[in-house]
Design a binder for this molecule. Structure first.
Ligand SMILES: NC(=O)c1ccc[n+]([C@@H]2O[C@H](COP(=O)([O-])OP(=O)(O)OC[C@H]3O[C@@H](n4cnc5c(N)ncnc54)[C@H](O)[C@@H]3O)[C@@H](O)[C@H]2O)c1
Ligand SMILES: [Zn+2]
Length: 352
């Protein structure tokens, strides 16, 4: 399956195909021309997919690898100089190509390096986690974390192409599949009732995997569409934030130790829908349907935190301007709306 993100001269293809990894060296060689290639990956992903990729590319191109420890701590701002040094040591020039091979951490980190090294070099995304395949590899947002918080230094950097091989999910720890499902369910909630019903209908993860190409394609297509319409994240793209305002607050409240991002989003989607349903803005029964699907995939429904304890964290939301927040709510499954209100709106649900 091939999708194209239409951005004029910055347009790029997204290929989604089981076994695509085998064709990847050829596709990269073609895209990179005669330039050099740097594979950026982490110490989980590189041994499984990076070694073979590197060897295959090395037949035709000069290629270096930069492997960082896995996990969010590698997305620190102060790791960037190490990447720049390795790129300089590899004599990478402006026309050369960085490959991001890994989950969202690697996509964001390698993307930041590609956006800034020598004022920008080419980037190819090869996302290997569910979250990266359905979300972070598409859209061109890249970022690193500062000591003060997550994703506080970033850039827009569109890749030359995105190569998605759903078979790589077979080696992913199941807890990261669950985590990614938080975002997949979100896409169904905001834009696609059929996807939502489909997800509700699978008996187990095996069933899900039978249809994973189609599911990833649907999610990527939704993100592609939203991104094309709102390249710089000022309007419609907000819909991708469904469940995120409260979700981020929950993640932050527990210092990112108790709930993963997808779990935070799950709790956030349920909580905001409880509130909007109570206000009569959402079709009755919507929250119950969301809760069914979330628990079906092992996602949490609530954190058991008093909502007043989350107010501080919500104030730090990047999209909070003068205590004016834009919440994404559902009119019904597959149909969202934006609602401006204060952070105190969350108090309408006492415990989240
Ligand atoms: N730029 C964006 O638009 C955007 C959107 C959403 C999230 N993000 C960022 O994405 C990051 C989270 O991404 P993530 O959940 O993919 O985390 P991650 O990159 O840490 O990957 C999760 C874990 O799975 C391992 N892994 C990845 N693919 C594997 C595979 N195929 N086989 C075996 N192990 C594999 C990784 O080594 C890691 O330990 C966060 O930093 C978040 O801020 C960015
Ligand atoms: Zn998210």
């Amino acid at each position: 399956m091939k999708l194209t993100v239409n951005l004029g001269k910055d347009s790029y293809p997204i290929l989604i195909e089981q076994g695509l990894m085998a064709r990847t060296p050829g596709l990269i060689a073609e895209a990179a021309g005669t330039g050099k290639i740097a594979i950026v990956s982490d110490d989980n992903v590189f041994p499984i997919y990076g070694d073979a990729l590197k060897q295959a590319i090395a037949k035709t191109h000069t290629v270096i690898d930069i492997v960082v420890p896995h996990g969010e701590t590698s997305k620190r701002f102060d790791i960037l100089p190490e990447l720049y040094s390795a790129l300089l040591e590899g004599h990478m020039t402006r026309t050369d190509t960085i490959i991001a091979l890994g989950g969202g951490v690697i996509g964001d980190l390698a993307g930041m390096a590609a956006a800034t090294y020598l004022r920008g070099v080419n980037l190819i995304q090869i996302p290997t986690s569910l979250l990266a395949q359905v979300d972070s590899s598409v859209g061109g947002k890249v970022a690193v974390d500062l000591a003060e918080g997550k994703n506080l230094a970033g850039a827009f950097k569109h890749p030359r192409m995105v190569l998605i091989d759903p078979l790589t999910l077979k080696t992913l720890d199941p807890r990261f599949i669950t985590d990614g499902m938080g975002e997949v369910i979100k896409y169904g909630c905001i834009k696609d009732v059929n996807l939502f019903d489909q997800l509700a209908g699978y008996d187990n993860f095996d069933d899900l995997f039978q249809n994973i190409d189609e599911i990833i394609t649907r999610c990527v297509d939704i993100k592609r569409d939203v991104v094309e319409k709102d390249l710089y994240d000022f309007g419609d793209r907000l819909c991708l934030n469904f469940g995120h305002t409260i979700g981020h607050a929950i993640e932050q409240y527990y210092h990112y130790e108790r709930y993963s991002h997808g779990e935070g989003v799950a709790i956030g989607m349920r909580a905001i829908t409880d509130i909007s349903e109570k206000r009569g803005l959402t079709a009755p029964g919507t929250s119950a349907r969301i809760q069914d699907v979330l628990s079906h995939y092992g996602l949490p429904l609530a954190a058991g935190v008093k909502s007043e304890l989350l107010l501080d964290a919500i104030s730090r939301d990047k999209k909070n301007i003068h205590n004016n927040l834009t919440y994404v709510i559902l009119k019904s499954i597959g149909d969202y709306d934006l609602l401006k209100d204060s952070r105190e709106m969350i108090l309408e649900k006492e415990v989240i």
